[in-house]
Design a protein. Structure first.
Length: 94
C-alpha cells in the first residue's frame, strides 16, 4: 500500500497534492476575505454572501483586476464568469 502525501488548506479543508498548490489556494482565499471585508465595510447594506462570492471572484481573477488597475480595462472583458465554481465559500464551512 502506497502512502500519498496531501496538503489541506485550513480555511476551507480543500485537499491538494502539493504544498505549493495548497499555499496558492490559501493565499487566494485570504485575498478574497480581504476583498469581502472591504466591500462590507464600505457598503454596509451589501449582503454578506454576495460580498463573499464577489470577493472570491476578484481574488480568483486577481491578474485581470491588476491589469485593469494599470489601465488595461479590456482585461476585465475576458473574465470567466464560472471561475469560482470550484471554490467553497468560507462561510459555508461553518
Amino acid at each position: 500500500m502506497a502512502v500519498i502525501a496531501q496538503w489541506m488548506c485550513d480555511r476551507d479543508n480543500s485537499m491538494f497534492n502539493s504544498k505549493k498548490e495548497a499555499d496558492a489556494h490559501d493565499k487566494m482565499l485570504e485575498l478574497g476575505e480581504q476583498f469581502t471585508a472591504l466591500m462590507l465595510e464600505k457598503m454596509p447594506d451589501m449582503d454578506e454572501k454576495q460580498a463573499e462570492e464577489f470577493g472570491i471572484y476578484l481574488a480568483v481573477n486577481k491578474d485581470a483586476v491588476m491589469q485593469a488597475c494599470k489601465g488595461n480595462s479590456e482585461a476585465l472583458a475576458n473574465l470567466d464568469t464560472n471561475s469560482v465554481d470550484n471554490v467553497t465559500a468560507i462561510s459555508a464551512q461553518a
